[in-house]
Design a protein. Structure first.
Length: 283
């Protein structure tokens, strides 16, 4: 059983207000096949989420499209009423035609309707961090961000985040409303968003890398991650998370799992210090 707390990962204050331990948890795996429908073992999922809180995890990332709705509802079932330090981040902007299918919808009426739905699903009066899941190319970005700004002004959401965006889109959005977070694909093997990370770091924006454990060939037997993990008495996943935590102080990894054992292993990465030789090889 892990004795390391997520607090060992350090803290970051999202939007100058929401202080969280940097190692969080993402709920996408707590759904049915194809991210569709409820998770089959509801009691097991409740135990896992409560164990995450016991281990110091206080940032939980979800979305209205996970299920849809069921992941948000599960968070409420497991954790409501939420501890004072727990921050719930959810997202809107993707619709679900069916299992494994995703389609962008950034129309203002849709975003507003989904915000109201997420408030009900999560049992919140105000969503601490509300993220645009994808920019809809069919809708002006100003309209999408403008709707989130209206929801913020109405007190229904606290801070605004974006997902899968470019630096230019971040700049455009920031001219309409303060942007507190960005969530792009980023991991030790996939670093196309280096420029977005650098922009986030320069502007105090939280960077939530999704798919943080996609280690691919780096984790093969005898590969760089495997060698580092063996030398440190750790797992490749722990090394990958420790690499992210060491890459930038604005990075908040949100690995997801449906296993309590894997959850505990992931949290243990918060206390893992990589040797400079390992960082050099992995970079």
């Amino acid at each position: 059983m892990s004795t390391i707390s997520a607090a060992s990962s350090g803290t970051f204050t999202i939007g100058g207000e929401l202080t969280v331990n940097r190692l969080g948890y993402g709920t996408m795996q707590l759904t049915g096949p194809g991210v569709w429908g409820p998770y089959p073992d509801q009691d097991g999922a409740v135990r896992l989420l409560r164990r995450a809180v016991e281990l110091g995890v206080n940032l939980f990332d979800t979305a209205d499209s996970y299920g849809p709705d069921t992941a948000e509802q599960l968070l409420r079932k497991a954790l409501h009423p939420y501890a004072e330090d727990v921050v719930i981040a959810t997202k809107a902007g993707l619709t679900r035609p069916g299992p494994g299918q995703w389609a962008p919808n950034g129309r203002p009426e849709h975003l507003r309707r989904q915000a109201e739905s997420s408030l009900r699903n999560l049992g919140l009066d105000r969503i601490p961090l509300y993220q645009l899941h994808r920019v809809d190319p069919a809708v002006p970005l100003a309209d999408q961000i403008g709707t989130l700004k209206e929801l913020q002004d109405e007190g229904k959401i606290g801070h605004i985040g974006l997902s899968e965006v470019s630096v230019e889109q971040l700049r455009q959005a920031g001219r309409i409303a303060p942007i507190a977070s960005v969530q792009n694909l980023y991991n030790i093997a996939q670093r196309d968003s280096e420029d977005v990370l650098e922009y986030a770091e320069a502007n105090g924006i939280a960077f939530l890398p999704w798919f943080p454990l996609a280690t691919g060939q780096l984790a093969r037997a005898g590969g760089p991650l495997d060698r580092s993990a063996r030398g440190l008495g750790a797992t490749p996943s722990q090394v990958a998370l420790a690499w992210l935590l060491g890459r930038s102080p604005v990075i908040l990894p949100i690995p997801g799992t449906s296993s309590v054992e894997h959850l505990e292993d992931n949290v243990a990465a918060a206390g893992l210090e990589l040797r400079q030789a390992d960082r050099d090889e992995l970079s």
